[in-house]
Design a protein around this ligand. Sequence first.
Ligand code: YXS
Length: 258
Amino acid sequence: MALIEKEYRENVGIITLNNPKKKNAICESLANELISTLDHFLKHTPKVVLIRAKAGVKVWSAGHDIKELKGSKDPLEYSVPLRRLIRAVQKYPVPVISMIEGSVWGGAFELVRSTDIIIAGSTSTFAITPAKLGVPYDTVGVMNLMHNIATPVLKEMLFTASPITAKRAMETGIINYAVKVRELEKFTFEIIEKIKHNAPLAITLLKEEINLLSSACAVNPSEYEKIQAGRTKIYNSNDFSEGIKAFLEKRKPEFKGN
Ligand code: YXS
């Protein structure tokens, strides 16, 4: 069964997440379907791509498919589906807009943050949850999250793993707009119309420049290796396995710091 619906109309590619059974969790097949649909749309030279969920959902996406997380395996290394999907969005030659209804969790929050413009219904919420599951988030992911989120706000989101409202997200620059849910679709397509009538070559270059310059950062290699060694320890830790197990057993995790 297709985990997404795709539509192409008037130079806009529209991708609708459609895996309600798993609250649109980003499993390998959903990530692969999203990537191949992005590629497919390129054949029509789209001006904009929109990623959305079905109208009325309570959960836009529950984040990485926890059932695909395994203890003693790096959950976020370069080639995992979520990493490939986020790179595909960041390198996509036209603006990718995320239209949000419902709650956004974990890796789906990073996916949304990797899109270029984020328009949410006012009742949406956003949470980033490695601390809830004991996941050793990777440096690329942390960098993607850091883009223009004030450090104290990002630390609060990461350390508490609690959702923040669309209003707070807009006030802190995490998203572009929080609008009434009944106006969300109309408002989003008004923004899309404005982009569609501007110069595509200039927009493609601007997106590439912004993404390149905002991810430019010098890291001392030994410091980088130190972080990777720390990550290896964590994804081999009892806490990481406990985080996954607790979710699957529908109970609160008991982290012991080992
Ligand atoms: O019990 P069944 O088989 O019906 O399945 C349940 C859930 O297990 C399943 N489900 C998921 N399966 C895999 N991965 C997920 N992320 C996931 N989320 C949900 O969907 C079925 C319905 O879920 P249920 O009963 O909990 O629905 P609900 O409406 O009561 O609650 C919706 C949520 C989203 C509040 C709840 O499902 C939830 O808290 N999900 C986990 C959200 C989360 O922590 N996501 C982070 C995933 S890990 C990740 O993205 C990164 C690696 S990190 O952790 O680093 O950020």
